[in-house]
Design a protein around this ligand. Structure first.
Ligand code: FE2
Length: 329
């Protein structure tokens, strides 16, 4: 198993372009009593919002709540294109070729399959997708939980989607001046079997020193309470990091806990959003998603973007080989 430390030097990457950012204010914001909803691109014809800038009010809301909802960030067509590509990848994937499904050393091979996925496109199944004979209970298309974690670098469709000027501009406005795209995930949240993701902070899984990172969560379908939308504790990002998920010296992974007090889950609020919305997540924001017991899927695409001026610890579970350094926009 490779455990290369990512060494990132400013200006040393290839293929990084920083096109001129146009700043025009064509946005309208609505502040609800719970969180800010930014209506920036009311035209669904536009693929991404080409002329947006975040206002001071929106940046202040992000700092206050730890998240920001931006509606109509992605056109319905672009959402559908991404869905079609993900479904194509799953169709082409042959689960029987993966050692994770062998009967021997199940845990170790599962760990390796996961731990080596930082610079690959790998497929992960719902926990209860297999029967006692390690066979899928239903079709692979209906069993897949997510694809990760380097779609944005290895697949041309996801690469194009992830490296738009609009995303770059947004990330810069959120304070990441020289962004690098670290991780991507396509999450299926399947009808009826889509599993729960318990309350966590993304910085538990992706940590930098100092902590300078942003999470982008694109709703490719309407996300509702019924189909397992995100829930978050507004302002919970101000309470500090509770734990880190790190590589263990003996192999595998472990949690390093700094604060084992329970989350104030009574303060969770649902972030129901329409297809095409973007939810920006602070790395310390406590959030979760519940099981999808409905008959509707809840597809989403996520990106995590870091700042190369911060140290990326070798203990982070997510690592890349030296042959595939991180790239910017
Ligand atoms: Fe998360």
């Amino acid at each position: 198993m490779r455990r290369s430390l990512i060494i990132i030097k400013k200006g040393s990457r290839k293929g990084v372009a920083f096109p001129h950012i146009r700043r025009q204010s064509r946005q309208k914001s609505v502040l609800t009593n719970r969180f800010a909803v930014v209506l920036i691109n009311p035209s669904p014809e536009l693929k991404m919002l080409p002329r947006m800038t975040l206002g001071l009010q929106q940046i202040a809301a992000y700092k206050r709540d730890g998240f920001l909802v931006i509606e109509n960030f992605v056109s319905p067509t672009a959402c559908d294109d991404l869905r079609a590509r993900a479904e194509e990848l799953v169709r082409e994937f042959n689960p029987s070729l993966i050692s994770i499904f062998s009967t021997h050393e199940q845990t170790r091979t599962s760990d390796d399959y996961f731990l080596e996925s930082g610079d690959k496109i790998r497929f992960f199944f719902e926990e209860n997708a297999f029967n006692s004979n390690r066979m899928l209970r239903q079709s692979k298309e209906q069993s897949i939980n997510k694809i990760g974690h380097a779609l944005h670098d290895l697949d041309p469709v996801f690469d194009r989607f992830s490296r738009t000027k609009e995303i770059e501009q947004l990330v810069r406005e959120l304070g990441i001046e020289d962004p690098l795209l670290l991780q991507s995930m396509y999450i299926f949240k399947q009808p009826r079997i889509g599993g729960e993701v318990t309350c966590h902070q993304d910085a538990t899984f992706i940590y930098t020193e100092p902590l300078r990172m942003v999470g982008l969560w694109f709703a490719l379908e309407d996300a509702t309470i019924e189909n397992g939308c995100l829930w978050a504790i507004p302002g919970g990002h101000k309470l500090g990091l509770k734990s880190r998920f790190v590589r263990a010296d003996a192999g595998g992974t472990r949690f390093e806990t700094f604060d084992d007090s329970p989350w104030a889950e009574e303060n969770l609020q649902p972030l129901e959003v329409k297809k095409g919305s973007l939810i920006v997540l602070h790395p310390l924001l406590p959030h979760l998603s519940r099981e999808n017991k409905s008959s509707q899927s809840r597809h989403a695409y996520t990106l995590h973007i870091i700042d190369p001026s911060c140290e990326y610890p070798a203990s982070n579970w997510l690592q890349r080989s030296a042959e595939m350094p991180l790239r910017g926009f």
